[in-house]
Design a binder for this molecule. Sequence first.
Ligand SMILES: Nc1nc2c(ncn2[C@@H]2O[C@H](COP(=O)(O)OP(=O)(O)OP(=O)(O)O)[C@@H](O)[C@H]2O)c(=O)[nH]1
Ligand SMILES: [Mg+2]
Length: 223
Amino acid sequence: MNTQTRLVEVRQKVLKQNDVVARALRQRFNDAGVRVISLVSSPGSGKTMFLERVLTLLAKRHRVAALVGDLATDNDAQRLARSGAPVRQIVTGTVCHLEAQMVQDALEGWDLDSLDYLFIENVGNLVCPASYDLGEAHRLVLFSVTEGEDKPLKYPTIFNTADVAVITKMDLAAAVGFDRAAAHANILAVRPGMQIFELSAKTGEGLEEWLQTIESPQPVSAG
Ligand SMILES: Nc1nc2c(ncn2[C@@H]2O[C@H](COP(=O)(O)OP(=O)(O)OP(=O)(O)O)[C@@H](O)[C@H]2O)c(=O)[nH]1
Ligand SMILES: [Mg+2]
């Protein structure tokens, strides 16, 4: 057996183990009636700023909480905690994505029955998080107007493993000459029919529209 074969086998084992934990988590979330929404994007696309606004708005009418993953620092957890919602940071060290086991460990001691929504901000990375199911019901891929309209074509897997695309920092669209038609076409080229939202966490534009969709009754996730 060569090194390449061994690496592939170890990777498959890790992913399989992750799927087992993710399936159990999804069942727990469904049983507790908590809606779990995860966010993936490249570093700095605006996941935390978006969540700061969302947690603050949703906390007025629902019980909300968040987990946030980063290689180092608890900066994002501190920012999100300002909303008043319970927040925990997952520090991954050298790992470029969250895994289901990390989510399970971070939930230790939390009463899921007391929550309506749980948000999970993944490590900023357009590659690694794509392969890891976290047991979430809904995965958002964020993509800011400053990143280049071709990102969906270059990182198709992350778009294919998400349910909805959110174009962020729309307040900067004109300043950076954002080509909206090209961005939409590229998202739809890799994921035909994908729902796309456009918003700005800075101005609040587009946020209510997105919130309305997640607050509408949803079918229970099949897992
Ligand atoms: N103009 C503008 N800036 C934004 C918006 N959203 C986020 N930013 C800025 O973009 C930078 C990165 O935002 P974050 O929310 O930290 O991004 P992130 O995706 O959480 O970053 P990582 O966790 O490091 O991957 C910050 O300087 C934000 O102030 C927006 O809607 N408009
Ligand atoms: Mg962040």
